[in-house]
Write a protein that binds this ligand. Structure first.
Ligand code: NDP
Length: 322
């Protein structure tokens, strides 16, 4: 089967299509024919070496597809079921084997590409607005990269929970996408210092919470945008990792809090993963949530997809079609 592998860390030139045997379906596993694999920033961190992983590595952690084999100890899933998953390493591939606890069954009526988009980025947006900071009517949130994969979902989930979204984006097209997703105010942080503008928009108060997947470039401005006792949610490093900082800054800036969460800790049990997936699939089914597919590439073009993501050329979800 065709996969995308890296045998060393580096730029996208280290990615190569590799022919590997179809995985053997273990007794406690299912074998899935991949419909689409999701492209996520974590794939670029694993490739570059920002996140250390054993090499050679088959890229990709997210996908959706159809079950073609079921191990003898597995119950509750049958051949032909559609499933989606947020964290199975090696998903840039034609086939993936996994434990049933690593995936959710996709309800009828949900498109498999949309189901994939609801996994890693969807569940991230979900845990950020429910479990990291429980958005309530009246809360004001600053969302960086508001037209990105996670960003567009955050805009929708925050506004549907009655919160106000101040989004940052780098182009006019991204501004339009974020506004369509429910962002109330947009700041073009490519041309404007966003922290003073946030103060203006909030009558000097600042925001309750900053959702920051951009990292190095926005962390300081994010702290300066928070209201007293506000929460900085530093959940990603698209511009590079946040350097070490003096914890005393949190007291002198208004008794702020900082959290650096990761999805795995918010879907640690299959019950929790299923709860998040059910809420997302229900919202998609009702028409309350749109998982915008930015672009679909062939598996051979995985390097192009990662280049586009890292060069800030994309909006919404990127998918690879094996
Ligand atoms: P996005 O689609 O949001 O792409 C990243 C966006 O970040 C770009 O489009 C760009 O938007 C913005 N950006 C700003 N500066 C840079 C830069 N120097 N280089 C690249 N991009 C930049 O990606 P994802 O939705 O896949 O992920 C968003 C973030 O969320 C990532 O940091 C990712 O690691 C993190 N994440 C964290 C998880 C967790 O549990 N902790 C789980 C899932 C994702 P613009 O052009 O508008 O500035």
């Amino acid at each position: 089967m065709r996969t995308v592998q890296a045998d060393r860390h580096g730029g996208t030139e280290v990615l190569a299509v590799a022919d590997l045997p179809v995985p053997v379906c273990g007794a406690d596993q299912i074998l899935v024919q991949v419909h689409v694999a999701g492209v996520n920033f974590i794939d670029t961190y694993q490739r570059s070496g920002l996140y250390q992983v054993a090499l050679p590595l088959t890229l990709g952690r997210e996908g959706s597809g159809r079950v073609i084999e079921v191990g003898r100890d597995v119950s509750g899933i049958t051949v032909g079921d559609c499933v989606a998953w947020p964290g199975v390493q090696g998903s840039y591939a034609e086939f993936v084997a996994m434990k049933p606890s690593e995936c959710v069954v996709v309800p009828e009526g949900i498109d498999l590409s949309v189901a994939c988009a609801a996994m890693l980025q969807g569940m991230t947006a979900h845990y950020l607005v429910t479990s990291v900071f429980d958005i309530k009517p009246g809360n004001v949130a600053l969302v960086h990269a508001a037209a990105g994969g996670v960003g567009l979902l955050l805009c929708q989930l925050i506004s549907s929970r009655g919160g106000t979204v101040i989004g940052t984006v780098s182009t006019a097209a991204k501004e339009e996408a974020a506004r369509k997703a429910g962002a109330h105010h947009i700041i073009r942080y490519d041309t404007e210092d966003f922290a003073p503008r946030v103060r203006e928009l909030t009558n000097g108060d600042g925001v309750d919470v900053v959702y920051d997947g951009v990292g190095k470039a926005t962390f300081d401005g994010g702290l300066a945008s928070l209201k007293r006792r506000g929460l900085m949610v530093a959940f990603g490093n698209a511009s590079g990792p946040v350097p070490p900082f003096d914890i005393l800054r949190l007291s002198t800036s208004g008794s702020l809090s900082v959290i650096r969460p990761t999805l795995g800790d918010f879907i640690a049990t299959s019950e929790e993963m299923k709860w998040r997936a059910d809420e997302l699939f229900t919202a998609v089914g009702n028409g309350d949530l749109t998982c915008a597919i930015g672009k679909t590439y062939s598996l051979n073009d995985a390097a192009q997809a990662q280049d586009d993501l890292e060069q800030r050329l994309t909006s919404g979800k990127l998918l690879l079609m094996p």
